[in-house]
Each structure stands twice: as structure tokens, then as C-alpha cells.
Design a protein around this ligand. Structure first.
Ligand code: 1PZ
Length: 212
């Protein structure tokens, strides 16, 4: 199997590596997890390329910080938040001199991680006649949609209609038969939820949940 083949297992592994014993989240593995998800989206077809392009550009912004001269401050989400806030590197109320801060960029991925959690939980507990498009859009309406303008919500709605059915979806997840996928999802979801919650608490504590 080639390295760029998507496997659900790899997503699980990267998100697992992203948490250290102090419950800090490594940016490197967080974006590696997203890179995996981009591979997955690309394998679903071109309709999703406007979504994966946005994710790729956000991964790139964070990678640039990580490999830049202040890279040591970007090792964990915790150190990034502290560094950017202490040095006034975040536009807090409207976009100005720091339109692409690490904090606001990661917040977009963080919100999308909530969508992923809600969607995968639906997929895990779905039955044969469940529709992926319905699961996707319900999860979307409960999470990301609240942060997206009308035009994007429309485009996303169109993309959802192009989603493959549940059986294909299970296959593309590439983790064995249905039962094995369900088991792996059961294992992955608490991890994803934990990474999400730690980030959510950190952002809430610092009043960063509405960054422009
Ligand atoms: C499996 C099918 C994929 C469904 C994806 C469901 C989520 C739809 C998200 C739609 C994003 C549309 C394009 C870009 C929107 C950007 O404006 C926003 C805000 O960023 P800003 O403009 O402020 O810089 N970007 C986002 O909200 C990030 C969206 C990431 C979506 C990730 C989807 C994860 C897919 C995982 C595959 C299982």
C-alpha cells in the first residue's frame, strides 16, 4: 500500500501523537492529522476540492509558522496562543495587521474538527439505510454552518449531494469490514473529542472563540 493511500488508522495515530502527557497539543501532529483528512477528501472527488484547498492553505500557514524563526513558540497550541497573545500578533475584533495569525487559522480547523467528530459519530452509529449526505449536513448545521456565510453554506450543500453512499464511504475509510471500521471509529472518536475539548477550553479561557 503506498504512503499516500488514506487509512483511518493513520488519522487515529496522528491525533493520538498530538497529545502529550501534560495534555498539550502538538501543532505538527494536529496538522498532520488534517493532511490525512485532505487525502481522504481528495479521494472522494473534485467536488470537494474547494474544501480541501482551504484546509491545505491553512495547514500551510501553520507549517510556515512552525518552520519559521519563531517556530519554537509554535510547537504546541498552548505555546502558540501564549506567544501570539503576549506579542500582540492576533487581530482580536476585526482583521487588520495580523489577518492570518496562527490562532485564527487554527480556530478554523478546530471548528471543522467539531464537524468531523459529529459526523463520524453519526457514521459509527448509522444503519444500512442511513444517508451520508444527511449525516454530513446534520453535523454541519450543528457546527461549522454557524460560522459560514450563506454562499458557502449553499456550496457545501451542493458538495454534500455528491457524497458517495454509506458502503463506499466505509470502503474509502480503508479500515477493513464494516464492523472493523465501526470499532476503529469507537476508538478514534474519544481521542478526537479530547483534542477538540482541550483546544476549546484553551480558546474559551483566552476569549479567542470568535476571532475574525
Ligand atoms: C467528507 C466530506 C467533506 C465534507 C466537509 C464538510 C465541511 C464543509 C466545510 C466547507 C468549507 C468551505 C470552504 C472554505 C471556507 C472558509 O471560508 C472557512 C473559513 O475560513 P476563512 O475564510 O475565515 O479563512 N474555512 C473553514 O471553515 C474550514 C473548513 C474546513 C473543512 C474541513 C472538512 C473536513 C473534511 C474531513 C473529511 C472526512
Amino acid at each position: 500500500m503506498s504512503a499516500d493511500t488514506f487509512r483511518l488508522q493513520k488519522v487515529l495515530e496522528t491525533f493520538r501523537s498530538s497529545l502529550n502527557e501534560n495534555k498539550e497539543v502538538y501543532v505538527k501532529y494536529y496538522i498532520a492529522g488534517w493532511q490525512e483528512l485532505v487525502t481522504f477528501m481528495n479521494s472522494l472527488g473534485n467536488v470537494f476540492s474547494f474544501i480541501s484547498k482551504d484546509v491545505v492553505s491553512k495547514i500551510q500557514i501553520l507549517e510556515n509558522f512552525l518552520s519559521g524563526e519563531s517556530g519554537s513558540h509554535y510547537v504546541t497550541i498552548q505555546s502558540m496562543v501564549k506567544y501570539e497573545l503576549e506579542n500582540d500578533l492576533v487581530d482580536l475584533t476585526k482583521r487588520g495587521s495580523h489577518p492570518e495569525s496562527g490562532c485564527r487559522t487554527l480556530l478554523r480547523l478546530h471548528r471543522a474538527l467539531h464537524w468531523l467528530e459529529l459526523f463520524l459519530e453519526r457514521l459509527r452509529t448509522s444503519t444500512e439505510d442511513s444517508k451520508t449526505s444527511v449525516m454530513c449536513s446534520e453535523a454541519y448545521n450543528e457546527s461549522l454552518a454557524q460560522h459560514h456565510p450563506w454562499l458557502i453554506r449553499k456550496a457545501v450543500g451542493v458538495a454534500f449531494c455528491a457524497l458517495p453512499g454509506r458502503d463506499t464511504f466505509f470502503e474509502v475509510l480503508n479500515a477493513g469490514d464494516h464492523a472493523q471500521v465501526v470499532a476503529l471509529l469507537g476508538e478514534s472518536l474519544p481521542l478526537i473529542a479530547e483534542v477538540y475539548q482541550i483546544t476549546e477550553d484553551l480558546y474559551a479561557k483566552n476569549n479567542l472563540l470568535e476571532l475574525p
